[in-house]
Design a protein around this ligand. Structure first.
Ligand SMILES: NC(=O)c1ccc[n+]([C@@H]2O[C@H](COP(=O)([O-])OP(=O)(O)OC[C@H]3O[C@@H](n4cnc5c(N)ncnc54)[C@H](OP(=O)(O)O)[C@@H]3O)[C@@H](O)[C@H]2O)c1
Length: 244
């Protein structure tokens, strides 16, 4: 089996790549930084004795995505799994004052993610096989003042994945939406929280297990399913007065 990892410099994505390598799958490591992608690929190839190729991609270079997917398949063979792991939190304050900054967050987390999923779906659907994993966020379950550009883009991505799953179900292609809570990565560095923070390795294991059992949605850590259930149930007239 061949697995494409998009956004491989994320420690979660890298741990997912390692899980698949451990299972004996071939990897295509894609990241914005070509040199770093190559370094990660050769490290995985050596440590797990598997094939790992690499290339650069940019989530916002929408016009290149279809050719990119074709080039990956011409190098590695038909893809079985694709992991859309890239994302960017951006700076909420900056985005409020500068729409160009807000648009960057939307373009990476939503438009870019959709563009790549569409390219992958166009190849998986006619073959009637393949699995897509999209990494969304619990931040997408309810809009909050502190991160609503990132949150709305992730929420829209989760909704998109839901529709895509509905479309691809008929083609035997699975779509797994991963809604992550706090994971210890570069993105959350310095964030203070009283809630437990998951490790990238445990998160990756949960993601790979979810894909392999054909899960539709995974909340990880799982207790976020309960937390978001409560948060979503708070009436808007109360919620708008809270500082969450
Ligand atoms: N950590 C958490 O608590 C948490 C919670 C919920 C959801 N998530 C999601 O989990 C995923 C992984 O994030 P992380 O926590 O591991 O953070 P991270 O280390 O910041 O990883 C983000 C990844 O996205 C890539 N990326 C950003 N903009 C890109 C672009 N224009 N084109 C291609 N790649 C781009 C980054 O590449 P560079 O290295 O080149 O910047 C990096 O590989 C993201 O989708 C994130 O939104 C994380």
């Amino acid at each position: 089996m061949s697995v494409l990892i998009l956004g491989a410099t994320s420690s979660i994505a890298r741990a997912v790549a390692e899980q698949y390598a451990k299972l004996g799958h071939s990897l295509f490591i894609a990241a914005r930084d070509a040199a770093e992608a190559e370094r990660i690929a050769s490290d995985i190839a050596i440590r797990f004795d598997t094939i790992a190729k690499s290339a650069a991609f940019d989530a916002t270079a929408f016009d290149t995505h279809l050719d990119f997917v074709d080039s990956v398949e011409s190098q590695l063979g038909e893809l079985s799994v694709a992991v859309v792991a890239f994302g960017a939190m951006g700076d909420q304050g900056e985005s409020e004052g500068d729409f160009a900054a807000a648009k960057r967050v939307i373009d990476i987390n939503y438009t870019g993610a959709v563009s790549l999923c569409e390219a992958l779906a166009s190849r998986f659907e006619p073959r009637k096989r393949g699995a897509l994993i999209g990494i969304a966020s619990v931040a997408g379950d309810r809009g909050r003042a502190s991160n609503y550009f990132y949150g709305s883009a992730k929420g829209a991505f989760a909704l998109y994945l839901q529709g895509l799953r509905n479309r691809l179900h008929k083609a035997n292609v699975t779509v797994t939406t991963v809604k992550l809570g706090f994971v210890d990565t570069r993105m959350t560095f310095g964030i203070e929280t009283k809630l437990p923070i998951a490790s990238p390795e445990a998160t990756a294991q949960a993601i790979v297990n979810a894909q392999r059992r054909g899960a539709d949605t995974l909340y990880y850590p799982q207790f976020w399913w309960g937390i978001m259930g409560i948060i979503k149930a708070i009436p808007e007239r109360v919620f708008k007065k809270l500082s969450l």
